[in-house]
Design a protein around this ligand. Structure first.
Ligand code: SF4
Length: 259
């Protein structure tokens, strides 16, 4: 079954371990702990460069390449990110840049790779417009306003743009948010559930328990079906595997199709 990042890309590239965004649902932190790349959850907030990945030469992959998949693009790793992007682009690759975007970093990328913009598709993760929800779930990540400004910047500079509303943290506002952002999206708006909550989210307080309960309630099948019915005619909207399974859409059969 094609799921997760494989719905979007045939290859996944990373050049760091750790991320200051500290999302409570972070799948990459769980994986890094299992692989022994970090010793404890608290180590995750530090960004550590993987020199071998930065220096590696890059082939032409047989389809869209996603970068990064297990960290984000922040000022601490921006130089290394630019280096990796440069190598991927020189090899002729098409890169899907996925980020909770820092406007500073996105402007630098747009400046540096303006001439190769046809090879770059930005996908900005915007999970909610609500600052309380974002502060709880993604405490170190840019605000909604900064993510929206980054989207507008990339769009205005002529890059292809898309948005990932995955994990969807505020189902009731998804339609309102799409109305606000869609004029600056040229490619797609992907929507997906918060997956594997029990494995990824630690219930460390009553607030965490209440938030998890809110999300579980919002993600009930009938609510997902109602959302699908409300948005299915919108040409930019695409559904991740977590929603396809609920509404009965066929799953992707090939990786990297991004459709
Ligand atoms: S932005 Fe991504 S890698 Fe960084 S903490 Fe959040 S989920 Fe993890």
């Amino acid at each position: 079954m094609i799921s997760g990042t494989r719905e979007w890309a045939v290859a996944e590239i990373n050049c760091s371990v750790g991320c200051p965004h500290a999302c409570r649902y972070c799948y990459a932190r769980v994986a890094a702990l299992k692989k022994g790349l970090i010793d404890s959850v608290s180590d995750w907030s530090q960004t550590r460069t993987l020199d071998a990945e930065v220096e590696a030469s890059r082939p032409l992959y047989g389809g869209q390449v996603m970068f990064p998949t297990a960290h984000d693009i922040v000022e601490d790793n921006l130089e290394e990110v630019l280096q990796v992007m440069s190598r991927l682009l020189e090899a002729g690759n098409k890169i899907l840049i996925v980020s909770k975007p820092s406007s500073f970093c996105i402007e630098q990328i747009c400046d540096r790779f303006s001439r190769q913009r046809s090879q770059i598709l930005f996908r900005f993760t915007i999970t909610s417009r609500n600052s309380d929800i974002l502060r709880f779930w993604e405490p170190g990540a840019p605000t909604y306003q900064e993510r929206f400004e980054s989207l507008r910047l990339a769009f205005d500079r002529g890059f292809q743009t898309s948005v990932s509303i995955e994990p969807m943290l505020d189902l009731e506002d998804v339609q309102g948010m799409i109305e606000e952002i869609e004029s600056y999206v040229s490619h797609s708006i992907w929507i997906g559930k918060l997956n594997r909550i029990e494995e990824r989210v630690q219930i460390v307080s009553s607030e965490a328990a209440a938030e998890v309960e809110r999300i579980r309630h919002e993600q009930k099948d009938q609510n997902i079906i109602d959302l699908y019915e409300a948005l299915q005619e919108r040409p930019l909207v695409r559904w991740k595997e977590s929603i396809k399974l609920v509404v009965g859409l066929p799953l992707a059969t090939e990786s990297g199709l991004d459709i």
